[in-house]
Design a protein around this ligand. Structure first.
Ligand code: B12
Ligand code: SF4
Ligand code: SF4
Length: 321
């Protein structure tokens, strides 16, 4: 019989849901800590430190929510990958699920977005396997999923998986994602996140000049590696509606006074005005938009730092015949 907490997840719109024990998730921590990215994210790997409940009275319920890719956006627009427009909806579904579980009388700790390692918890639960490209791959929906989790104060139900499953086998390492990655961030050892375009979008001061032209017209997110994965061959991309694309017209992005409102459509946690301007300047240069040069010149004159640096690069690139 399906557990009522799982049933509530499905009712809230989750694709799949499974429980795991709350033993510390330290297995991959040491490897991750060796990567410089650790300087930005210090995640807690002991669920007990977040909830205050002992391991034997805690169950981690992880769930997946659809975050499908988009078909190419119309000419003249920047592109946001499907994941970042699905996140806002996914978080509403998580909130509905959390409320339903609390209504059943359970104590719940939710909103774990940046505090515990989502993939590690979901892999322990058995929702999917680690892909060489980073994201977890699920059997029915590939890797195009958001992962959410609730810590619930309850004895783990019978059959709940524990840390003996943390070292799950990864994908078959066919290497297609590594060949498709524009920066060469993926090797047999996995992803070097400090070479990933998505990382540079979040930390533009670290963006090396050789990646400027590789950005194409991406505004936030990159899914080139996931698109070629055989596990995603059955995933049908969604056509972005005019309502979704409208705020991302390049001309608008380079001139609109209130770009923070556009950033909030994606989620202010993932981008902001300056980051959007940087990506827009790169997109204009990468798509040959000489008509936008006056706006880019203005940014090169008036702005500082990375925005000025990419604007000067774009002016040179657009000046070339
Ligand atoms: C920091 C972060 C990033 C960083 C670094 C990404 C990275 N490669 O680690 C940046 C900004 C670059 C990033 C980018 C993206 N991210 Co991100 N990110 C995170 C975040 C906040 C923390 C990740 C972390 O450092 N965890 C610490 C490690 C120790 O734990 P873990 O990630 O859970 O899992 C590790 C272990 O499970 C281990 N593992 C377990 N068993 C095995 C077996 C083998 C053989 C191997 C090799 C590894 C392994 O592998 C995992 C990675 O090391 C998580 C949210 C969260 N709270 O977890 C989202 C998260 C991982 N990101 C997510 C997504 C969707 C993305 C993007 C695809 C978005 C996009 N389209 O642009 C890209 C993918 C880039 C890429 N190719 O990896 C999703 C993944 C969903 C999924 N299907 O797995 C998450 C879970 C957010 C969410 N709640 O949905 N991200
Ligand atoms: S493309 Fe191949 S190597 Fe990369 S994640 Fe998918 S199955 Fe693994
Ligand atoms: S998200 Fe893009 S840049 Fe990052 S590893 Fe995948 S293909 Fe490479």
């Amino acid at each position: 019989m399906i557990h009522p907490i799982a049933a509530a997840a499905f009712s809230a719109g989750c694709l799949d849901v499974k429980p795991a024990t709350a033993h510390p998730l330290d297995f991959w921590r040491e490897t991750l800590d060796k990567i410089p990215f650790g300087k930005f994210f210090s995640m807690e790997h002991r669920p007990e430190a977040i909830s205050g409940w002992a391991v034997d009275e805690t169950t981690i319920w992880s769930a997946t929510i659809a975050a499908p890719p988009f078909t190419p956006w119309p000419d003249g627009y920047g592109e946001v990958v499907g994941y970042y427009l699905a996140v806002c909806e996914a978080e509403k579904k998580m909130a509905a699920w959390e409320q339903a579980v609390m209504d059943m009388g359970y104590e719940v700790t939710g909103n774990l977005r940046l505090r515990l390692p989502s993939r590690a918890m979901a892999i322990r639960a058995g929702l999917g396997i680690p892909g060489l490209f980073g994201p977890m791959i699920t059997p029915l929906h590939g890797s195009f999923v958001y992962i959410g989790a609730l810590l619930v104060r309850m004895t783990p139900p019978e059959g709940t998986r524990g840390p003996e499953h943390d070292r799950s086998d990864g994908c078959e390492k066919c290497g297609k994602c590594a060949s498709a990655c524009p920066t060469g961030a993926i090797t047999d050892d996995g992803v070097d996140q400090t070479k990933c375009l998505r990382y540079y979008m979040g930390y533009p001061n670290d963006m090396p000049e050789e990646s400027y032209s590789l950005m194409g017209r991406l505004m936030i997110g990159c899914d080139a590696c996931q698109r070629v994965c055989p596990h995603n061959s059955g995933i049908v991309p969604v056509i972005p509606s005019a309502e979704i694309t409208a705020p991302f017209r390049l001309e608008e992005l380079l001139t609109a006074p209130d770009l923070d409102a556009v950033a909030a459509r994606v989620s202010a946690a993932f981008t902001n005005k300056t980051k959007l301007q940087i990506q827009s300047v790169l997109a204009a240069a990468n798509t040959g938009r000489t008509d936008l040069l006056p706006h880019i010149r203005k940014l090169a004159d008036e702005e500082e730092g990375t925005l000025r640096r990419v604007s000067e690069w774009a002016i040179k690139k657009l000046a070339k015949p």
